[in-house]
Design a protein around this ligand. Structure first.
Ligand code: ADP
Length: 302
């Protein structure tokens, strides 16, 4: 069971501050932590911890963050043959969190913006051995589109997570995806329709099906997720938990969905496992640090 994740990696630089600085002001942060993130890397880590063989296709910079990111992939059992080095800074995300958990985030794409269609094509031999390609939008859209084409050419299904929401994403360019997995905000932007209730979700998902996308899976936060397809829709309800930190919940869902779909080919089952895995992750702080290993996760289900 192999999965190729083509996407981003970031180093989160989190300062816990007493209050946001005003313009021109310097404030002291009593605490600081560094963590591995980026949507591509998060999804790869979730798949790999659950037991999939994961190949990561990404670019890191030529700085001190790169070594940390590569070590993190390796510690999580991810194949780093196609983790390429770039004469640029690594992707970083300086994050400021105040005592009310309000945050300000700056995303520096850095090396991620250099991941090219050619880089992905150079990994075609590895990708050809995989059962699924997983994509998000923290890399250039040209690379997203060409990777979908490569998947179609090789006969390998492609999952597109259209996050972060991008007004430039062209629906006709992702029609070759087997799965598109947005949250409600991303679905609204993609379909050009308001998404306020389940009726809206179904109508907006239909816009995606109309261009030829086969399966639309919409994550609904604590309400769970719904799968919309030609034959109808299947709703998987949420699981009530004491949520302490929902960052990275969508990535946990996608990583887990991908793992179980590749293992079983059963979309509804993979969604049920994914909502359990994602709802478990929100009970702990952090992004990758909140993702359970397969052993822990299955132990908790038993
Ligand atoms: P994103 O993080 O991309 O915005 P969602 O907020 O839709 O994605 O969350 C993805 C999945 O995580 C949901 O389908 C659900 O299974 C789980 N989840 C998210 N927030 C909660 C919550 N507060 N309680 C329980 N599960 C949650």
């Amino acid at each position: 069971m192999s999965i190729a994740v083509v996407g981003s990696n970031m180093v989160d630089l989190i300062s816990y501050i007493d209050r946001m600085p005003a313009e021109g002001e310097t404030v002291e942060a009593p605490n600081f932590t560094m963590g591995c993130g980026g949507k591509g890397a998060n999804q790869a880590v979730a798949c790999s911890r659950l037991g999939s063989n994961v190949t990561m296709v990404t670019r890191v910079g030529n700085d001190i963050f790169a070594e940390n990111t590569i070590r993190n992939f390796q510690d999580n059992g991810i194949d780093t043959t196609h983790v390429l080095t770039t004469e640029a800074t690594s992707g970083v995300a300086p994050i400021f969190v105040d005592p009310d958990s309000k945050n300000s985030i700056i995303i520096v794409k850095g090396a991620n913006a250099h991941l090219s269609p050619q880089d992905v094509d150079n990994a075609r031999e590895e990708i050809a051995k995989c059962s699924l390609i997983v994509l998000q939008l923290e890399i250039e859209l040209e690379t997203v589109y060409s990777t979908i084409e490569l998947g179609n050419e090789l006969g390998i299904p492609v999952l597109v997570n259209p996050a972060p929401a991008s007004p430039e994403l062209r629906l006709d360019k992702i029609r070759g995806a087997e799965f598109v997995v947005p949250n409600e905000t991303e679905l609204s932007l993609l379909s050009g329709m308001p998404v306020d209730d389940m009726d809206d979700v179904l109508k907006a998902a239909q816009v995606l099906l109309n261009v030829g996308i086969r399966n639309v899976i919409v994550t609904l936060g604590r309400k769970g997720a719904v799968w919309v397809h030609e034959g109808g829709s299947t709703y998987v309800d949420g699981r009530a938990v004491d949520a302490v930190d929902t960052t990275g919940a969508g990535d946990a869902f996608i990583g887990c969905f991908s793992h179980y779909w590749v293992e079983t080919g059963d979309i509804e089952y993979a969604m049920r496992m994914a909502r359990l895995y994602a709802s478990d992750s929100v009970t702990r702080h952090g992004t990758q640090t909140s993702y359970a290993t397969g052993e822990d996760f299955r132990g908790r289900l038993a």
